[in-house]
Design a protein around this ligand. Structure first.
Ligand SMILES: [Zn+2]
Ligand SMILES: [Zn+2]
Length: 53
């Protein structure tokens, strides 16, 4: 299961899903299926963007 992880404190969260698939992590979190789906900012933890693992 893909996750986002904080390099500093090690907190992990699941990558959100859209259209029944895990969303893509680029400069934002995107749905792979459609531009019309919602997208969201990469979450931050400890003042830095969380990293895709
Ligand atoms: Zn979608
Ligand atoms: Zn953190």
């Amino acid at each position: 299961m893909p996750r986002l992880e904080c390099n500093i404190c090690g907190r992990k969260i699941s990558v959100p899903k859209c259209c029944d698939q895990s969303m893509l992590i680029k400069d934002a979190i995107l749905c792979c299926c459609s531009d019309t789906c919602h997208h969201q900012e990469i979450p931050k933890c400890c003042g830095e963007q969380m990293k895709y693992t």
